[in-house]
Design a protein around this ligand. Structure first.
Ligand SMILES: [Cu+2]
Length: 127
């Protein structure tokens, strides 16, 4: 009879310890989970946005779309080879260059879209 009581007692104690442990595990898991998802949310943003610098030639300008196509040389920062591609640009940036211009430019690349942050013709044509 006494033995059974002790067994019941230790079972209760084990249950209490288990409950306590589970509770502390849950408590510990919440902040670590929050921190982890916070890091993951930061990583794509920090890792995806790159800054590229290159020299190129304007091959097309679509002011209505806010786009400019550049035949550019190797781009530092994003480590791209030479290629022709389209970038988004502000109207005032497009107003300063024209098709055929040799330009120095910089972009912010988010992994999908290259946005012109600076562009200027190397040798502005004399009108
Ligand atoms: Cu490119």
């Amino acid at each position: 009879m006494k033995k059974v009581l002790i067994l019941a007692c230790s079972l209760t104690l084990m249950a209490a310890l288990t409950a306590c442990q589970e509770k502390s595990d849950t408590t510990a898991a919440v902040p670590s989970g929050t921190t982890k998802s916070g890091d993951m949310a930061d990583m794509p943003a920090a890792g995806a946005m790159q800054h590229g610098v290159a020299v190129g030639t304007v091959t097309a300008i679509d002011a209505a779309k806010g786009a400019i196509t550049l035949d550019h040389g190797p781009m530092t920062g994003v480590e791209w080879p030479a290629m022709t591609m389209e970038f988004t640009a502000e109207p005032e940036q497009l107003g300063g260059v024209k098709v055929g211009d040799r330009v120095d430019f910089e972009i912010d690349w988010d992994g999908k879209v290259g946005r012109i942050t600076r562009i200027s013709a190397q040798n502005p044509a004399v009108e």
